[in-house]
Design a protein around this ligand. Structure first.
Ligand SMILES: [Fe+2]
Length: 454
C-alpha cells in the first residue's frame, strides 16, 4: 500500500512538472515565433500613385537607407530611417504616377540589395474612366513552403511571359493579392520566411503585395508586424483606422479587404459600419471584395455546416454579402477551402445551398462571357464568387455547391486583366494550363440590370 502511495505521489509530481513546463514553454514558444533573425529581401507595401513603403530585414542593426531614381545607374534620391534596427521600413512619397523607379536598400555606407532587378512601378491615377490595362495576380492558402507552391508560382510567371499585356508595359504584373493563410501552419515568423518571403522574393522586390489575414495567420501575432496596411486611406478609399480591414483603389478598381477571422462580423460592428461608409463613397468602375472565409464552398470546408470555422462562413454570407451586393460588388474572392470554385453571375443567395434557386442566377453564360448594363458599379447587378485556396495544397471535397458549378480539384492561381469596361480572369493550374476563364463586360445594352432581392 505504502509503495502504491509513493508511486502515485511520484506520478503526481511528474504530471505537475509537465503541466508547469507546458504552461511556461507554450507562451515562450509562441513568443519566440515572433522573431526571425536573418536576411529578408525587400518587399513593397501600400502602393499608391505617389507613394510606396519598402520593407526588409537585415542580420545586424543599422539605420536603413533607400536610394532611388528613374534609372538604375542614377539613384539620386535618398530616404533614411530615424532609428537603428534589424527590421526596416521606409515610405517613399512625392513619386510620380505610373512611373518605374529603381532602388537600393542598405545603410549609410553599403547598398545590400541593388541593381536593375530592384525596381517598382507606382500606381496610375485613381479614376473611374482610367484607360490603364491593369493586371494582378491572386493566390490563396499558398504558404505551405512546398513544391506545389513553386510550380503554381512558375506556371503563372511563364504564362504572363507568353501573354504580356503589351511590349510597352513597365511591369509584368501590377500587384498581388492573397486570399489568406499565407504561412502554414501557425503563421510564425520563420514560417513566413520559408513559405512566403523566400519562395516569392524575386516577385516581391517588384510587385506590391496585399496579403489577406487568414485563420492560420492568426495563430501567431506576427502578421500585422510583418506587413504594413493602410489605416488612413493611404492608397484610396475611406480610412478604416484598422490594419485588419481597409480598402484601396488602383486605376478604375476599388478593392475591399475584410478580416473575417479576427474582426467582429456583426452588421453594426466596427468593420461592417466602416464597410457601409466605404461602399457608399466609391465611384469606381469595378468593385472587388476579399474575405478569407468563403460564403459558398463544398471543398475542404462546408459552407452549410454552421460549426465549420466557428460559423464564420455562415456569418460572411448572412451579414456581409447583402451589403456587398447592394453596393454592386462585381467579384468576391475567398480562400480557406483548398480548391478552386466559381459561380455564375448571381445574387441574393444568403442561406444554405439547398435554398439556391435558378432565379438567383442573373446570367448563365455558355462561353463564360457575362454582360452588365451599366458602365460603373451598379447595385445588385450580379456577382461572381471565386474560392481560390489551392495555391500550395489541394484537399478533398465533393465540389457540388449548386452556386459554384465551375469547380476544380486543381492547384493553381489566377491572373486578372482589367481594361476599362472589360475584366478577364484566368485560372492557371500548376502545369501552366488555363483550366477556367471568364469575362465580364460592362456598358452592354441588354446586359444584367440592377434588381433588388426583395
Ligand atoms: Fe483558412
Amino acid at each position: 500500500m505504502a509503495l502504491l502511495l509513493r508511486i502515485l505521489k511520484r506520478l503526481g509530481f511528474i504530471i505537475l512538472a509537465l503541466l508547469v513546463l507546458y504552461a511556461v514553454g507554450r507562451p515562450t514558444q509562441i513568443w519566440l515565433d515572433g522573431f526571425y533573425s536573418g536576411v529578408r529581401e525587400p518587399y513593397l507595401q501600400m502602393m499608391s500613385s505617389n507613394a510606396v513603403t519598402l520593407r526588409w530585414q537585415s542580420e545586424n542593426k543599422f539605420v536603413g537607407v533607400v536610394r532611388y531614381g528613374i534609372t538604375p545607374g542614377q539613384l539620386d534620391k535618398i530616404q533614411r530611417e530615424t532609428v537603428s534596427g534589424e527590421e526596416h521600413e521606409i515610405r517613399l512619397t512625392d513619386l510620380k504616377p505610373a512611373t518605374k523607379y529603381f532602388y537600393s536598400v542598405g545603410d549609410e555606407n553599403k547598398e545590400s540589395f541593388k541593381g536593375q532587378n530592384f525596381w517598382f512601378k507606382t500606381a496610375p491615377e485613381i479614376k473611374a474612366d482610367s484607360d490603364n490595362h491593369v493586371r494582378f495576380w491572386v493566390t490563396g492558402d499558398q504558404g505551405y513552403a512546398n513544391i506545389i507552391q513553386e510550380q503554381v508560382r512558375d506556371s503563372m510567371l511563364s504564362w504572363i511571359k507568353k501573354n504580356p499585356r503589351s511590349s510597352l508595359d513597365l511591369s509584368p504584373i501590377d500587384f498581388w493579392l492573397t486570399t489568406g493563410d499565407n504561412a502554414y501552419r501557425s503563421g510564425s515568423n520563420d514560417q513566413f520566411q520559408a513559405g512566403f518571403f523566400e519562395p516569392y522574393k524575386s516577385i516581391l522586390r517588384n510587385t506590391p503585395v496585399w496579403p489577406i489575414y487568414g485563420n492560420h495567420d492568426a495563430r501567431r501575432w506576427v502578421f500585422f508586424d510583418i506587413f504594413t496596411f493602410p489605416t488612413k486611406a493611404e492608397s484610396g478609399g475611406v480610412a478604416s483606422a484598422s490594419e485588419h480591414y481597409y480598402s484601396f483603389d488602383y486605376a478604375n478598381i476599388h478593392f475591399v479587404i475584410l478580416d473575417t477571422e479576427g474582426s467582429d462580423l456583426d452588421v453594426d460592428g466596427k468593420m461592417l459600419s466602416w464597410l457601409k461608409k466605404d461602399l457608399k463613397e466609391t465611384k469606381q468602375q469595378w468593385l472587388i471584395a476579399f474575405s478569407h472565409h468563403p460564403p459558398y464552398t463544398k471543398g475542404s470546408h462546408n459552407s452549410d455546416n454552421k460549426r465549420d470555422s466557428r460559423g464564420r462562413l455562415f456569418t460572411v454570407r448572412e451579414n456581409i454579402l447583402p451589403l456587398l451586393e447592394e453596393a454592386g460588388v462585381d467579384l468576391v474572392f475567398s480562400g480557406h477551402s483548398h480548391m478552386y470554385e466559381r459561380s455564375e453571375l448571381i445574387n441574393c443567395h444568403y442561406d444554405v445551398s439547398s435554398t439556391f434557386a435558378n432565379s438567383m442566377i442573373r446570367e448563365q453564360s455558355k462561353d463564360n462571357k457575362y454582360k452588365k448594363k451599366e458602365n460603373n458599379i451598379s447595385a445588385n447587378s450580379g456577382t461572381i464568387y471565386t474560392v481560390i485556396g489551392s495555391s500550395s495544397k489541394v484537399d478533398n471535397g465533393p465540389l457540388d455547391h449548386p452556386a459554384m458549378p465551375h469547380s476544380l480539384q486543381e492547384a493553381g492561381s489566377m491572373i486578372f486583366d482589367v481594361k476599362q469596361k472589360q475584366l478577364k480572369a484566368y485560372f492557371i493550374n500548376k502545369s501552366g494550363q488555363i483550366k477556367d476563364q471568364f469575362e465580364i463586360m460592362k456598358g452592354v445594352e441588354g446586359g444584367v440590370e440592377s434588381r433588388s432581392c426583395f
